[in-house]
Design a protein around this ligand. Structure first.
Ligand code: CTP
Length: 407
């Protein structure tokens, strides 16, 4: 799958003769199914019209803070906050100087300054301007801010001179972006489902049976899978945590709601991590009104909830990776081994209540991971983020060479 598919790109265009190449670049980005919002500097409109670029990008082109038609002052800096990345092509020597020094006298520079996303700069200028120490100094400043430079080409320039400074060809820009975006993203194109947090099982409208799960482990796994390129759905029981916007979060309360949400996405999911602390039992007949205290003794009849991990395990296909968790107090390894085969999981992440710093509520965890083919592996006490990295590394390896685990 193209690493550009579905990406929201803010494309900044500066005043340079190379601006004409941007029409082809936008068409290529459209073919990759990326969505493009063009921002032009006022000077660039002398080289190519906003009408051309808005027609090709299927979006209105923004040039000024002030919309002369509506008479409104529009603050579009939010574009840089929500884009997957920003690409400035062609990036003129003047714009590079402004960005390197924090000037902000046009809309493009203002969006750049407030952007939180990666920024790619594709410079275009005459060879002597490119070589000048001022330009090279500005480029090193921009690199030091984390911006990524798409190197200009070598060839005939608009001035008639031959040398370095030509805007990279649109196909080269696309190839550079594809390569850069897929680096360190071994799960690009994969889908993942993660459950996290506790479930609350209603006794009556104001009371429930729950547990102390904070959801921290599951949220850390969801974030790590997302950063490795997977498209993540997080089904979360009640927690105070908030996942990043790139993760689709479905909030649920009960085990039944969690099962329904998982069931809805399971078939189209490559990676399934069940880290939620799901209640094993739920009140058989929750009261519709608040229960009043009358008798000395009070009994709640419980029934089993659906075993989400076990049910999905039975439906699992060979190219899906399924991970369950086990929190044990005794006979840890034996119980976890049994869980691995009973639930048809590929891995079981075992937490022992006997390990200090592991389990519910803490920021750290100490796990042993059991797999179908290898001996259990013990990990040190680590932050939940680092544990998430260990778990996700196993997922990457498993996805790259799936084990035929359905017996
Ligand atoms: N789980 C689940 N659905 C449930 C209960 C648990 O998906 N109704 C998942 C949890 O998310 C976790 C694993 O199963 O990944 C934990 O299993 P656990 O409840 O400990 O396993 P059981 O063997 O069913 O229970 P027990 O240890 O009590 O025998």
């Amino acid at each position: 799958m193209s690493s550009l598919k579905g990406k929201n790109i803010v494309l900044g265009v500066c005043g340079s003769i190379a601006a004409y190449k941007i029409a082809s670049l936008i068409r290529l980005l459209g073919k990759e199914e990326a969505s493009v919002q063009v921002i032009m500097t006022p000077e660039s409109t002398q080289f190519i019209t906003p009408l051309t670029l808005s027609t090709l990008s299927k979006n209105p082109v923004l040039v000024d803070y002030y919309d002369s038609k509506t008479g409104e002052w529009n603050n579009h800096v939010h574009l840089g906050l929500h884009a997957d990345f920003m690409l400035i092509a062609p990036a003129s020597a003047n714009t590079l100087a402004k960005l390197a020094n924090g000037f902000c006298d046009n809309l493009l520079a203002a969006i750049y300054l407030s952007a939180k996303c990666p920024v790619y700069l594709a410079p275009a200028m005459d060879l002597d301007m490119w070589k000048h120490p001022a330009t090279q100094h500005n480029l090193s400043l921009l690199k030091s801010y984390g911006n990524i430079i798409i190197p200009p080409g070598n060839g005939e320039l608009a001035s008639g001179l031959v040398g370095e400074g030509r805007l990279a060809e649109p196909e080269e820009i696309i190839a550079f972006l594809q390569d850069s975006l897929s680096k360190g993203k071994p799960l690009l194109g994969k889908t993942a489902l993660v459950t996290a947090g506790p479930t609350y099982e209603a006794i009556d409208p104001v009371r429930f049976i729950g547990n102390h799960s904070s959801g921290k482990m599951g949220y850390a796994i969801a974030e790590e899978l997302e950063s490795l390129g997977a498209k993540v759905t997080l089904v979360s029981g009640p927690t105070y945590l908030k996942a990043s916007e790139a993760i689709k979060t479905i909030s649920v309360r009960s085990a039944q709601e969690m099962f329904d949400a998982c069931n809805g996405v399971f078939a189209d999911t490559d990676i399934i991590v069940m880290s939620a602390a799901v209640a094993d039992y739920t009140p058989k007949d929750p009261a519709t009104e608040k229960i009043k205290k009358k008798a000395e003794d009070f009994t709640i009849e419980l029934k089993k909830t659906t075993d989400i991990l076990g049910t999905l395990g039975q439906r699992k296909s060979n190219n899906q990776t399924l991970i369950g968790f086990a929190l044990e107090t005794n006979n840890e390894l034996e119980n976890a081994q049994d869980k691995l085969s009973r639930k048809n999981a590929d891995f079981i992440v075992l937490n022992s209540m006997q390990d200090a710093g592991a389990g519910f509520g803490t920021d750290t965890n100490k796990v042993t991971i059991l797999s179908r083919d290898n001996a259990p592996k013990n990990y040190d006490l680590k932050s939940k983020q680092e544990v998430a990295k260990d778990i996700c590394q196993l997922i990457v390896d498993h996805q790259q060479s799936p084990i035929n685990s359905k017996s």
